[in-house]
Design a protein around this ligand. Structure first.
Ligand SMILES: [Fe+2]
Length: 341
């Protein structure tokens, strides 16, 4: 497998002094209850407070990251920020890109600034999250998946594991066309598949027996009382890509259907192409702030150190809607399609 390291110009350097000034500005606003961070009004207030303290550096940093995200591998590492002001500063900086989103409040993992680490995996309901080691998109179970995936590296894995792996949607799409043919490439763009969606926010409203997504009836039925539903959408949408085989299989299960042989063969073929792809690798160091385009890439991590339970790796992750997704009918990938006949 070919490995590529992050190009030097995908690193943005921030003056530590300026970032300390941002931190001082937001520190007094730190809430007693981290649930306050869910509110977009509060996120904006933190962003404005940090920005007002050193606006030129703040604006230049956001602009530099946005500009570099346009080029492969659609991942930028920002170096030099002093994060000692904690979550308030993490929220302030991320809100520079858009509204930060998260599922239900279940700390330490489930919160706006999510703690990704071995201890939070082991304490969580899923245990060790080996799925993180397979290429995937984040937020496939949401009606409106976040555009940006960001992480502040609090501590890297001491054994050198947990390195970010990334493949661009463009390269993957090219490989699918080359290896499977343009007809198959088109199938992935034109064939809506049932994705299990669990999030009642972001434009999904559940009514009696019907799941309404972005104002349009799509799923046709509510499948259980936990607010789960099915969103029909394809894997490819222009330059965007959303991939999680598990969530598509869950969607079929929720519908009480078995995927056709054709669908299974196509998903197998997609996985086969993905497994053979060259990838980019990014080893984050303490203090690094990674911003990646969740929809123009797929990502995973290398396995953690052999003594998995001893790993002290800790990443502080946010999901950010960029542009801001506010109301039903807002922006988001991929275009939801009417239910397949
Ligand atoms: Fe992920």
């Amino acid at each position: 497998m070919t490995l590529t390291t992050l190009p030097d110009d995908a690193r943005v350097r921030v003056d530590a002094g300026a970032s300390r000034v941002w931190g001082e500005a937001v520190r007094p606003l730190t809430p007693d209850d981290p649930r306050a961070y869910y509110d977009w009004g509060f996120q904006s207030r933190l962003r404005d407070a940090a920005r007002a303290a050193a606006p030129r550096v703040f604006d230049a940093t956001i602009a530099a990251v946005r500009a570099r995200l346009e080029s492969a591998p659609h991942l930028v590492v920002v170096e030099g920020i002093d994060w000692s002001a904690g979550d308030a500063l993490i929220v302030a900086v991320n809100a520079g890109f858009g509204r930060i989103t998260a599922g239900g409040y279940q700390p330490p993992r489930g919160q706006i600034v999510s703690r990704l680490g071995v201890q939070t995996e082991l304490a969580g309901p899923k245990g060790p999250m080996r799925g993180a080691e397979r290429m995937h998109s984040d937020n496939g179970y949401r009606a409106t998946p976040a555009r940006l995936l960001t992480m502040v590296c609090h501590a890297p894995d001491p054994g050198g594991g947990g390195v970010t792996r990334i493949i661009t949607a463009r390269e993957l799409r090219g490989a699918i066309a080359a290896q499977l043919g343009t007809d198959v490439e088109r199938w992935f763009e034109e064939t809506p598949l049932p994705w299990r969606v669990t999030d009642p926010h972001d434009g999904v409203r559940y009514t009696d027996g019907l799941a309404e997504i972005q104002g349009k009836l799509t799923a046709g039925r509510v499948l259980d009382t936990r607010g789960q539903g099915v969103a029909w959408r394809p894997i490819l949408a222009g330059s965007d890509l959303l991939w999680s085989r598990r969530i598509i299989e869950d969607g079929f299960r929720l519908l009480g259907r078995t995927p056709s042989r054709e669908v299974v063969a196509r998903l197998d073929a997609f996985q086969g192409v993905l497994d053979g792809m060259a990838e980019w690798r990014v080893a984050l160091r303490a203090g690094d702030y990674m911003v990646a385009d969740n929809l123009r890439t797929v990502h995973s991590r290398t396995p953690l150190t052999e003594r998995y339970a001893a790993s002290t790796r800790l990443m502080l992750r946010c999901w950010v809607h960029d542009p801001v997704v506010g109301a039903p009918g807002g922006h988001g990938f991929p275009a939801l399609r009417p239910k397949r006949p």
